[in-house]
Design a binder for this molecule. Structure first.
Ligand code: 5AD
Ligand code: SF4
Length: 474
């Protein structure tokens, strides 16, 4: 009976998925009658903002199908893992986690265990899961997360194992349901994939070539979010400053920001990530004239050595990075600059690391994510001569010390100031406190009522605790 219905599925998207959401709801109900309890789901997300956004979409689909969100991974009827593969430790962490679930309870035939995301796009990964984690019964990749309803339907209709991994993206499919972690802030994809091919990075291989969305679709989504009460929007892309490439007569990223700024109800706009080679003067000018664009630019440095930057295919030199960062410091003095740094890229010497530390001292980053280089199979850097791990550890500590020193000192400069803070939540450690973020993305904790969650309030920054503040409302 179900197979017959599946044959009636529309060919076009997203209509096809709405059809499967409906079919899935029927199948779910049948299963609930058989098992005598409502079916629950749990989604675990690894990795970046892109994955977090994808997970929101998938949760939206599961909700529409009538599954109930549950906090406990071990007891959920459907568990979904959205994986990350940016560094090898992300893969190991995931395998460890999956291994810990490999018990009798999880091998229960009625349980659905689904795995998706970046790792699944990697060669050999699907086979490994097939062989070693036999309880996994749905696998898909990064390009077809919107098909979750269809894949779950196939499983509920009796297939033992459903695998659908595409090696290339097809059309961009939007307009599928989504639920947000916070009702008052949301991420909006403005582009997918990456074309930069930094030699260490696996992202272009697992997320595909860069594709921008049409501006009118992005703006429609932002307007809809504003009408639902969203105050803060984060525009997401691997390289937002190259937004519009490949779209005929597209507006630029700064122009897109100006359009989002016009939307009533949106009070804050963030964006992530900026590639230094593409950050334009136009962006700085637009930020200068804006009341809504948050005072934060994430500008990955990766290395301060021009020689290593060349080997990384970053397409800027140490001097060009410094010029850009110092221009931002001058033109937008209240804007926090944060960064990503990799230590131990093939061929990196202590002298190269000295250059990185020199940039850290000159830019005085407000925050930095520091990573040990991780060899990713299939990337050009994987076949370059690797650095001795003992030396890397030593150099990594030097870099970490330098960034911590600068960012602590930079943070402390805000003591005594009063800032607009969007209240995110109750403080996890102390429920008398609220936690929120300032425009520059720094966290502040302060006493306040739960009813203020989702509101923007004025907070005096009283005590700097290194990477966050303790304050009080004024
Ligand atoms: N090893 C270590 N760090 C990496 N990143 C990307 N690929 C690797 C890798 N192979 C870091 C970069 C990037 C951030 C998201 O992850 O610093 O900006
Ligand atoms: Fe990876 Fe470079 Fe693309 Fe960033 S810009 S996702 S580091 S290839």
């Amino acid at each position: 009976m179900n197979d017959l219905k599946f044959e009636m599925a529309p060919e076009t998207e997203p209509e096809r998925q709405y059809f499967f959401i409906e079919q899935g709801a029927v199948l779910r109900k049948q299963k609930e009658e058989e098992l005598k309890h409502p079916l629950t789901y749990h989604v675990t997300t690894f990795g970046c903002q892109m994955n977090a956004k994808d997970s929101e979409k998938m949760k939206g689909i599961l909700n529409e199908m009538g599954f109930i969100n549950c906090d406990d991974e071990k007891s959920a009827d459907l568990v979904l893992f959205n994986t990350c593969t940016i560094r090898d430790n992300a893969n190991q962490k995931f395998y460890g986690h999956l291994g810990s679930l490999n018990d009798k309870n999880h091998r229960n035939k009625d349980r659905i265990t689904a795995v998706c995301g970046c790792m699944m796009q990697e060669k050999g990964c699907v086979e490994k899961i097939r062989n070693s984690y036999k309880f996994v019964n749905i696998i898909f990749g990064t390009h077809n997360i919107y098909k979750l309803a269809e894949l779950v339907c196939l499983k509920l209709a009796g297939e033992n194992f459903v695998c659908d991994v595409w090696d290339k993206p097809k059309d961009i499919v939007e307009d599928i349901p989504s639920i947000r972690k916070y009702p008052f802030k949301a991420g909006v994809n403005i582009m997918y994939g990456c074309n930069n091919y930094c030699t260490y990075c696996i992202v272009p291989y697992v997320r595909g070539a860069e594709r921008s969305r049409e501006a009118k679709e992005i703006l429609m989504e932002c307007e809809k979010l504003a009408s639902e009460g969203v105050k803060e929007i984060m525009l997401l892309g691997q390289n937002v400053n190259s937004y519009g490439n490949g779209i005929k007569d597209s507006i630029s990223f700064p122009e897109l920001l100006k359009e989002v700024e016009k939307i009533e109800g949106i009070e804050r706009i963030r964006f992530m990530t900026s590639h230094p080679k593409d950050l334009s003067d136009e962006l700085i000018t637009v930020m200068k004239g804006s009341n809504k664009i948050c005072r934060h630019i994430h500008l990955p440095l990766q290395s301060g050595s021009s020689r290593i930057l060349k080997a990384m295919n970053r397409r800027y030199s140490k001097e060009q990075y410094l010029e850009l960062a110092l221009k931002i410091r001058k033109e937008l003095p209240d804007t926090a600059i944060t960064t990503d740094i990799i230590v131990g890229f093939p061929g990196e010497t202590p002298e190269d690391v000295d250059e990185t530390i020199d940039v850290i001292k000159k830019v005085r980053f407000d925050g930095a994510f520091t990573f040990i280089y991780s060899k990713r199979a299939g990337t050009p850097a994987a076949s370059m001569e690797q650095v001795d791990p003992e030396l890397v550890k030593k150099e990594f500590n030097r870099v970490l010390e330098a960034v911590n020193k600068e960012s602590k000192e930079m943070a402390a400069l805000n003591t005594g100031k009063t800032e607009d803070v969007l209240v995110d939540d109750i403080n996890e450690q102390d429920e008398r406190l609220l936690t929120g973020r300032m425009s520059n993305n720094m966290t502040v904790h302060f006493p306040g009522e739960r009813s203020l969650i989702g509101k923007i309030v004025n907070v005096r920054l009283e005590e700097c605790k290194g990477f966050y503040y303790v304050g009080s409302m004024v």
